[in-house]
Design a binder for this molecule. Structure first.
Ligand SMILES: O=C[C@H](O)COP(=O)(O)O
Length: 264
């Protein structure tokens, strides 16, 4: 019998909102979810603010015993030392982060992160007690050549190297087609399912049922409250990694409550 995977809705704020704005957004989000009687068993809710906001978010979440979790957008490949500007996994764990996004396409594109770098970051996060959200996804040219499955499976294989089946069962992989990020161009539910299913199948092939049935595979790319329900009907999509729409409390709360949204 396959493990039941709790859906996960993670809001990646990217380089938006200072620490004061972060507190306001988290308060609004939690209030909206509570007003709508959000069932956290139906969707885990995570915010992923910039590093500079994390202490304020931690204070709010801990002080008010909020049910949401939070994470970081990146982590250093190094454990500690003379690496100016870097943030270590230990520092993020100390701030109470549950998750760390690694290998986002914007890091791969603007900071030339390879699968090997992403793999090291994922290991750093897990070793510090946090769950990596390992991002993969194809650009437009790859999609037009019909190579999206091979491309994403290769990224997953490289990015998850060295993890055991038991570890992978607790990880999160996010499929984000680059052509759908911030463009308003959302992949169809079938597009999302095709690649998410292929990722799970490849994990099943290499690490077995425990890893494949446990790992949560998210979709990301122009997700909104209006289109989330259709995406979430797909059997291999376990949640969403949301960018722009996570900056608005009402909109992100609607995404978290995908189970009450109409399938359009
Ligand atoms: O991390 C989030 C993704 O890049 C999606 O961003 P978006 O929802 O603004 O398209």
């Amino acid at each position: 019998m396959a493990a039941k995977r709790t859906p996960l809705m993670a809001g990646n704020w990217k380089m938006n909102l200072n620490h004061q704005e972060a507190v306001v957004l988290v308060q609004k989000l939690v209030w909206t979810l509570s007003d709508k009687r959000h069932d956290y068993a139906k969707a885990e809710v995570v915010v992923v603010p910039p590093f500079t906001d994390l202490r304020s978010v931690q204070t709010l979440v801990d002080g008010d015993r909020l049910s949401i979790k939070y994470g970081a957008q990146d982590v250093s490949v190094h454990e500690s030392g003379a690496y100016t500007g870097e943030i270590s996994a230990g520092m993020l764990a100390k701030l109470g982060c549950s998750y760390v996004v690694v290998g986002h396409s914007e890091r791969r594109e603007y900071h030339a992160e390879t699968d090997a770098v992403v793999n090291t970051k994922a290991h750093r996060a897990l070793a510090a007690g946090m769950t990596p959200i390992v991002c993969v996804g194809e650009g437009l040219e790859v999609r037009q050549a019909g190579q999206q499955v091979e491309h994403c499976v290769a990224q997953v294989t490289g990015s998850l190297a060295g993890f055991t089946a038991e570890q992978v069962a607790g990880l999160v992989v996010a499929y984000e087609p680059v052509w759908a990020i911030g463009t308003g161009e959302v992949a169809t539910p079938d597009d999302a399912q095709e690649v998410c299913a292929a990722i799970r199948a490849s994990i099943r092939g290499s690490l077995g049922d425990e890893a494949a049935d446990g790992v949560r595979v998210l979709y990301g790319g122009s997700v909104k409250a209006a289109n989330v329900a259709g995406i979430m009907t797909q059997p291999d999509v376990d949640g969403c990694l949301v960018g722009g729409a996570s900056l608005q409390a009402e909109e992100f709360a609607g995404i978290c409550r995908f189970y009450d949204m109409p399938v359009l």
